[in-house]
Design a binder for this molecule. Structure first.
Ligand code: GRF
Length: 217
């Protein structure tokens, strides 16, 4: 059974593209039911349409956050999906948005919403992770795929992969190296969920509900 997903984008949509390409190439057993954006100008919407995927936007401008989320939920909850996949969706989601996606794995509760973040969380949360990591002078950074919770860039980690920052790197070089990792890692994690199920991944995750650094501390 393919994994049924809806993808949320706000801009460029390169991670969404990587997911669609992986499906097309048979590397990911998933079906994208819909691509949804808060930004009618998002490039990702046109890319999705060029793949024949139903794609639309609910502009957040002029709407209160709760109104916008309600409209987004109206669409997302009208279809059968296993996971919401955030791919550069630049809006903070409130607990009201998360609630319909609440699920349980044994005695653990989680939300069926996945995010990709361009740092080794818990390092460098926030909207400018590449810039922040680069400015901090890291020799290595990484990419995190995680389930989201009520906190920003937080929740059970599903996978992390590091990449080097080379001495001659410009910020653009650094971002490009990270993005290449994103484009491999996101489809691979989704394929693992599709094949093994989220329960198996959560149960094998040593960090349980915490980020590794918190678990260690
Ligand atoms: C990516 O770097 C992703 O990790 C972050 O936002 C960016 C989105 O890029 N959450 P794209 O729209 O997928 O090209």
């Amino acid at each position: 059974m393919p994994l049924n997903i809806a993808i949320l984008v706000s801009g460029r949509g390169s991670n969404m593209s990587a997911i669609l390409d992986a499906i097309k190439a048979g590397r990911l057993d998933a079906q994208v039911k819909m691509v949804l954006s808060n930004n009618p100008e998002a490039q990702g919407l046109n890319i999705a349409r060029s793949h024949g995927i139903h794609a639309g936007a609910i502009d957040h401008k002029g709407l209160k956050r709760e109104e916008h989320e309600k409209k987004m939920l109206g669409l997302l909850c009208s279809m059968e999906i296993d996971f919401v996949v955030l791919a550069g969706y630049m809006r903070v989601l409130t607990p009201a948005f998360l609630a319909p996606f609440k699920a349980a794995s044994g005695d653990r509760q989680y939300f069926k919403i996945i995010n990709i973040h361009p740092s080794m969380l818990p390092d460098f949360p926030g909207a400018h992770a590449y810039d922040d990591a680069f400015a901090a002078g890291v020799a290595k950074s990484g990419i995190t795929v995680h389930l989201i919770d009520e906190l920003v860039d937080h929740g059970p980690i599903l996978a992390q992969e590091s990449f080097d920052r080379l001495p001659a790197d410009t910020l653009d070089d650094f971002k490009a190296r990270g993005l290449a990792v994103e484009h491999k890692l996101y489809p691979a994690v989704l394929q693992r969920i599709s094949q093994e199920g989220i329960d198996a991944i959560l149960q094998s995750s040593p960090s349980r509900d915490l980020h590794p650094a918190e678990a260690a501390g």
